[in-house]
Design a protein around this ligand. Structure first.
Ligand code: 2AM
Length: 182
């Protein structure tokens, strides 16, 4: 079995800028720069045959490239017990289209449809017992972050869970088509 997800890698210089946000919050386990990504579709554990079907389905998708805008911090989990601090991603039609088509390809390969609404974000930190008041002030006092980056491919990632955090490897990259001139 192999644990998979489909996502977008960010350019290393942007990873470093994002990772620099990760200071001064007790109880936060910051995602290292090399692990920062945007999940398009979490898949989970599948067998080799299903992984191969997923790969063929993803390789057939024909989607244009687009620009991704990252801005704003937010939390997953309830306000008194948040579990993830994230950097927001502005929703855009091409990003939504890509996520829907990826989900369709994964479902056609035999996986269950994703029941949750696509909520694009880049996870910055896992939170364990972070003080809710400190969390709120961290978010409100953080320097305004805004970045825009062209996205020209997406990837199938393998995730290996270790005691000290996950390790992600890109198994395959899938190029996006030319960005339409608007
Ligand atoms: P998250 O960062 O918001 O937690 C690889 O595990 C990626 O898949 C993570 O970025 C994670 O999103 C996402 N993901 C979505 N659902 C998941 C699940 N049930 N278990 C683990 N990761 C999940």
């Amino acid at each position: 079995m192999i644990r998979l997800f489909v996502g977008l890698d960010l350019p290393p210089a942007l990873d470093e800028r994002i990772a620099a946000l990760g200071v001064g919050l007790p109880g936060a386990r910051w995602v290292p720069a090399r692990n920062l990504h945007l999940t398009l579709r979490f898949i989970g554990e599948v067998d080799e045959d299903t992984a191969e079907e997923i790969h063929y389905g993803l390789a057939r998708l024909d989607v244009p490239g687009f620009d991704l805008t990252l801005t704003g911090l937010g939390l997953f989990g309830d306000s008194r017990r948040a579990h993830t601090l994230w950097l927001g991603v502005e929703t855009s039609e091409p990003l939504g289209l890509l996520a829907r088509l990826v989900d369709g390809a994964v479902v056609r390969a035999g996986c269950k449809p994703e029941p949750r609404r696509f909520s694009p974000h880049v996870s910055l930190a896992r939170l364990k017992e972070a003080d809710p008041a400190r969390l709120q002030s961290f978010i409100s006092e953080a320097p305004v972050f805004r970045a825009r980056t062209p996205i020209s491919d997406f990837a199938l990632f393998r995730s290996v869970l270790h005691r000290d955090g996950p390790e992600y490897d890109v198994l395959e990259r899938y190029p996006l088509g030319p960005t339409p001139l608007i």
